[in-house]
Every structure is written in C-alpha cells, then in structure tokens.
Ligand binder design. Sequence first.
Ligand SMILES: Cc1ncc(COP(=O)(O)O)c(C=O)c1O
Length: 502
Amino acid sequence: MGKGFEGLSVRHLLVLSVALNVGLFLKLAYEREVNFGTEQIFHGFCAEEEPHQREISLFSSSSMAANAEKASNYFHPSSWSASSIDELDDDGRIINLDQWNSGGPTASTQAGHISDDIYINHHDLTLNVSLPPPPRVGSNISGDPTMYERYWQQAGDKTTVVISGWQSMSYFSDVRNLCWFLEPEFAKEVIRLHNIVGNAITEGRHIVVGTGSTQLFQAALYALSSYGANEPISIVSATPYYSFYRQVVEYMKSGLYQWAGDASSFNEDKPYIELITSPNNPDGFMRQPIVNRTGGMLVHDFAYYWPQYTPITSPADHDIMLFTVSKSTGHAGMRIGWAVVKDEDVAKRMTKFIELNSIGVSKDSQLRAAKILQAVSDSSEHGGDVEEGRNFFEVNYHLIAERWNQLREAVKQSGLFSTPAFPAAFCNYSNRTFRTQPAFAWLKCEGKIDDCESFLRGHKILTRSGKHFGVSPQYVRISMLDRDSNYHLFIKRLRGMRYNLE
Ligand SMILES: Cc1ncc(COP(=O)(O)O)c(C=O)c1O
C-alpha cells in the first residue's frame, strides 16, 4: 500500500471508499442531468424546426454533391406572398424575435432554478463543485442571423473546411505580424472583401482579429483608456444605443472606463470614448459622432455596413472600425470579428488585450471564416453571378427587402404600429438606389399602447423593449433575420392584431 495510506485503519479506508463512490455517483448523476437537458433542448428544437434539421443532415451526408448541383436553382429568394402567409398554420408557439431572450442568467433565475453545491472529500483535497443551473428546456437563441442558413446550405460543400488533428495547434499564426495570432489567410480575405464591397479603407491599416466584435470592442476600450488617465474614462453612445454596450462596459466594474450614457447629453470637459454604430442597432439609421469635443476618441461599429442592409456610399475611414461575420455572412456561432485600426500603438494595445483575455483567437474559426469570406467574395466579385442568383449580397438584399415590404404592409394593415422611414441613397456596390433595410425593425406602438414589449408578449411574440436601449417602452426591437417559419408567423400575427384588439 502506498505511503500516504500508512496508519489508516480499515474503518478509515471504508469511509474513504464510500466518499469516493458517492463522489463518482454524484458526478455521473450530474453528467446525466446535463446530457438529459441538452437532449431535451435538441428534441424541442428538432420538433420545431424539423424541415430545417432535415436539410442540415442532408448537407453533411454523402448527398452533399447532389445538393451543390441543385444549388443554383435555390438561390433565388423565397417568394412569400400575402396569401401564402395567410395560409400558414399558427400553432400558437412563442416567436422569439429578441436576440438575447434566450435562457441566459435572467431567464434561468426567472425559471426558479437552484444552484446546488456539492462537497467531495477526496484524501485531503476538498473540491467544491458548483452545479450550474440546468439549461432552460426548449430555449433557443432567436434573433440569431439564422435567415442566412438557407444560402449556405445551398452553397453546398464550397465552404466545407477539413482541419486535421495535427493542424492549427500552435498559439502563433504569424510572429512577424503585430497581431501575432491573426491567420494570414483570414487577413487576406478580409482585405479582399472590403476591396470588393468598397465599405472600408484597409490600405496601410492594421487588422486585429477577435473572438467576435464583442471582444474587439472591449479591446478597443482597453487600448484607448489605458493611456494613464487618473480616473475612469467616460463611454458614451447616442440613444437608442446597442444595449449590449452598456452591459459589457458595466459588468467588469473596470477602473479604466465607465458608462456615461447618452452621447447627446454628455457635456463634461474631459476625455471620452464615443461608440458609433452605423447603421445603428436598434433603429437602423446611419450615424455620425455627435459629441465632437476635444479629448474625444471614437470607435465605429460597422457590423451592419454591408450592402444587403444599407447603401455603401463610400469606403469608411476611421481610427477604429469593427466588423463581424455574425452580421455580414450570418456566422454568429463562429465568433469571429475584426478591427481595422489606423494607429499602430492602438492596434498593439488591442492585441495585448486579446492576449491577456484569451491568448489569441481560435485558428480553426479563422480558417473557416477565411473560407466563408472567400466564397462571399467569389460570389460577388464584378457584381457577381447575378443571373444565376448566387451573389451573396444580392440574394440576401432581396430576401431582406421582401421581409421589410411584408412588415410595412402588416404594420399599415394593423394600424397599431409605426416603423422608421429611411432616406434613399445610391449604393456604389450594387449600383442601385435604395433605403436602408436594417437587420432589426424598430417598431413603435402607437395610440394607447404604452408598453409595446408586453403588448406583443400577449401575442406570444418576444421582443426587446426600448427601455433597454435608453428610450421609451413604446418601442421594441425585432430581429428581421430569423428563419422563414418564425418570421412569417410573426407577420401573420401582426396582420391579425387589429381584429384581436376589437
Ligand atoms: C452593433 C453590433 N455590434 C456587435 C455585435 C456582436 O457581434 P459579435 O457577434 O461579432 O460579437 C452585434 C450583435 O448583435 C451588434 O448588433
């Protein structure tokens, strides 16, 4: 018997063995519970999205090639006429058109889950295993850009990436680059796409890759606020602002920066960082900085400055510009974003933040993102293969335009809501004049409805209240990028609302 066990009586050993077995049993029970929860979620998801799931499994089976062959027939946007929407069977399900209403901590707390602590005594080591609350059964992240799935399913295996076990193992991608974890292939495709679309100047700029633009946003705050100020720098954004900004700024209680709210009422004579989202989330308008004081630093979030959403009027040229695959190609789950940065020192500091935060960014994701961006560029170079309807931006421009038409008609028909009116502009990429058609609809409840979110929840439509964006609860934000089945059911319910009120 080993040295550590000397002096132990049979009774001690018996107690130890029971403790180990109980520990093992609890671990197995926990794993079963977690797996069970996951299975339930999957089951719920499959039940709701059966046709979609079937297409996914086809996609990964041997019929991939056959799918690719069929692809060119599918690229044309779906044509959902008013009558086909009317014919939809409303099964009374909850339609979640709120990006974050998805079973996060708040939802779990509301569901009343308890976090159990288990203490396992193993030799002289005490493990405190805190069980997370089980995931909410049936939850799904709606407001995801899942509308794009169809395009990518139909693209066949053009974007399939195979990464062998021995590949992308090192922490490093290119040690000569200031951003040493940036995959050269990804950087190349980022630059190529910006050049084709014409939405950003990249020449002479530094590319910093991040785990989504959410990480880059924090890297930018770190970079700009770490120049030795003796008090936290103010972060402002004009209302209605992207609600996540505020949460991200506040949750770390950083000593470097603090949330200072609406940019239009910021009048302090000290340094600040202004966040400019253009087109804006949630209301879709193109934005310019509004504080314009000395000591101001700007971060431009261009998540939606792509030609399926808004006319590309000129290549953007600002100090820090953030982009993401989440909204440009719909690959939110890949968690890849990039920053185009003018100043070398700022780019270095952003890189340092990501080094300290996550020691770089997944290479696998970067390689996959490179493949996706390459496919988008191939489809859209020289205007793309518009005839065959394969141009990524064209296909999705038409899809979103169709959705906005349906929304505007439904809004008109119900008489209960209003949507913003956007000015038209000429798009240098598509050579057409059109109005911004944002990824979110900023809906206002008119008349006597003061709380639009509650009103729509009464119709089993989950949205996000204006109060989260620093404005009145008469407004709600609605995702326009959900799957067809959810979006069209939402339109059907909207159209029927006048009847329901009377
Ligand atoms: C304006 C804006 N910026 C950034 C993001 C998040 O991007 P990512 O998924 O790359 O973190 C979103 C997501 O909704 C957004 O609306």
